[in-house]
Write a protein that binds this ligand. Structure first.
Ligand code: AAT
Length: 296
């Protein structure tokens, strides 16, 4: 028999048609009843699975952890795309690191002012698998302004100075090749790559389980950026649902929306499923546990 350890258990837990993502440090799990396994492979970087589930539709797993589902992907992708778009006065260049499912790109391409969007995803197979199984998420990738670059974001960022108006870190949990996307050194490179009005955002995990020490991500950000804030959105498929995101900038505060963009967003928000400007204005009023864990 194979010894049971965290690594092989986490690869893909399927028992009686139920897939579970287990959070070993807390001995809890979230489970999804599955109809079928649509895709399974081991890429150069990670195990990639796509499940068809009863509750959340298609579900993308990387190394046995939930990444994207049909049911709730819009929350994550809309907040990441539209918060910075409504705060920044005029965005020309956008960089997204990670996010090979394309969901955030799909939201940014809705803004006509943007001239260039670089998507830097380390694992080309995530992009290809997403194109096949999540066509709605990847629908923006064919936009002329989008450059899809299968590269390590930790390295890519180093060659830019004062260029991007918005940089989004859409990364997996801070492990292996994604760990480098949560360090102070990396945040400094992101800051150098941003223009003076620049904004960066990142996913920052669940504060109830706090497996990775969220405080340290925010301390790292505060050592680099004058403005560091946090907000939350419900990610139904992720551990603990209550998901935090970081907003950092060189000066622009997230609660001041750009007046001139409001008529445009008033129209656009009719077609969005989560984001609207009223929600945005209140999103940075956070609860006590959220303040304590992030220091915001
Ligand atoms: N849109 C929500 C999906 C994700 S997936 C995050 C992506 O980041 C993965 O496809 C992974 O391959 C990519 N990635 C990880 N490290 C790097 C890196 N160094 N450079 C470029 N891309 C990278 C987010 C899910 C959050 C899950 C929370 N539990």
């Amino acid at each position: 028999t194979t010894e049971i350890n965290e690594k092989n258990l986490n690869e893909l837990l399927i028992e009686k048609d139920w897939y579970s993502e287990r959070y070993f440090h807390k001995n809890v799990a979230t489970s999804f009843k599955i109809k079928s396994i649509l895709h399974s492979e081991k890429s150069q970087y990670q195990k990639i699975d796509v499940l068809d589930t009863y509750g959340v539709g298609r579900l993308l797993l990387l190394d046995g952890k939930t990444m994207v589902s049909d049911h709730d992907e819009f929350v994550y992708h809309e907040v990441m795309g539209h918060i910075p778009s409504m705060v920044h006065p005029k965005i020309k260049n956008v960089l997204i690191i990670g996010g090979g499912d394309g969901g955030i790109v799909r939201e940014f391409v809705k803004h006509p002012e943007i001239e260039r969007i670089d998507l830097v995803e380390i694992d080309e197979r995530v992009i290809e698998v997403s194109k096949k199984y999540f066509p709605d998420c990847t629908s923006g990738l064919s936009d002329k302004r989008v450059n899809v670059l299968p590269q390590d974001g930790v390295e890519y960022i180093k060659s830019f100075k004062n260029f991007f108006d918005v940089i989004i870190i859409d990364s997996t949990d801070p492990e292996d090749f994604a760990a480098g996307l949560f360090t102070q050194e990396f945040y400094k490179h992101v800051s150098d790559a941003l223009t003076d009005n620049g904004i960066m955002m990142a996913q920052t995990e669940n504060p109830f389980y706090d497996e990775y020490g969220i405080k340290s991500f925010y301390d790292n950000l505060r050592n680099v950026y004058p403005v560091v804030k946090s907000f939350t959105g419900p990610m139904l498929i992720y551990p603990g649902v209550f998901w935090t995101f970081a907003y950092a900038s060189k000066g622009l505060v997230p609660t001041t929306l750009n007046e001139s963009k409001m008529p445009f967003m008033k129209e656009l928000e009719k077609s969005l499923k989560w984001y609207n400007m009223d929600w945005h204005k209140g999103a940075f009023n956070i609860s006590n546990i959220h303040k304590k864990v992030t220091g915001c």
